[in-house]
Design a protein around this ligand. Structure first.
Ligand code: C5P
Length: 222
């Protein structure tokens, strides 16, 4: 969709649990543009690597895997679906095992450049709200509007904990908090595509805000 005469690219970066997915989806809907979840692509490739018992320590093996993989993200009426070589893996990519293994894919420079190409290709066809860790810094440095969505680590862990409990999982808050801290550490410190705020990004701290308040603030700034 051409938005007010131009292709609109809105990027949202931020740490795990800041509310990016929910907010990006709502914002895309409000603006009537597509939504692209880049984390889902890292997750889908992780799932394939796990299924095929690929040596995730080997960057060459991961690059070869990426080259023989097709990942598609579709905005359907029933929601956003993630396809791995044509198979709907939207649910399977959300397991704790996949989450904990994504860092292998995320730290491999050669795989990241393939991902970035895919994301640019998908994101440049039409107006889009795209979320991830490096979308405002690396994938779309010339985006129309960039946001960096943050929240306190305890609050992010609490949201993740509530989500898991709602899904009927038995988890300890301290374990969830620890997992979030470990993911933060990996996201902030990897050599390629680390999570960081783009210089021209608008920072929004969602700790004490509702989802709708964040969406409204983002919408008003576009
Ligand atoms: O956002 P989500 O938690 O689904 O992302 C899964 C993993 O993929 C994250 O832990 C992050 O390390 C990685 N990722 C990334 N770059 C992105 C999006 C996600 O490295 N643009």
């Amino acid at each position: 969709m051409i938005y007010k005469g131009q292709i609109l690219v809105v990027t949202i970066d931020g740490p795990a649990g800041a509310g990016k997915s929910t907010i990006a989806k709502k914002l895309a809907k409000a603006l009537e543009v597509s939504y692209l979840d880049t984390g889902a692509m890292y997750r889908a490739l992780t799932l394939k690597a796990m299924r095929e018992s690929v040596n995730m320590e080997s960057e060459d093996d991961l690059i070869a895997l990426a080259k023989r993989t097709v990942i598609d993200i579709e905005n359907l009426d029933c929601g956003v679906k993630v396809f791995l070589d044509g198979e709907d893996v939207s649910q399977e990519i959300r397991t704790v095992e996949v989450t904990n293994n994504t860092f292998y894919i995320a730290r491999a420079a050669g795989v990241r450049s393939i991902m970035v190409e895919w994301q640019r290709e998908m994101g440049s066809r039409k107006s889009v709200v795209i979320e991830g860790r490096d979308v405002g810094t690396v994938v779309f440095p010339n985006a129309t509007r960039k946001y960096y969505l943050d929240a306190d680590v305890e609050e992010r862990a609490r949201r993740r904990y509530d989500e898991l409990i709602a899904k009927g999982k038995e988890v300890d808050f301290s374990d969830v908090l620890n997992d979030v801290k470990v993911r933060d550490e990996k996201d902030f410190t990897r050599k390629v595509g680390p999570l960081k705020k783009a210089e021209d990004a608008v920072v929004i701290d969602s700790t004490k805000m509702t989802i709708d308040e964040v969406v409204e603030e983002m919408k008003n700034k576009i």
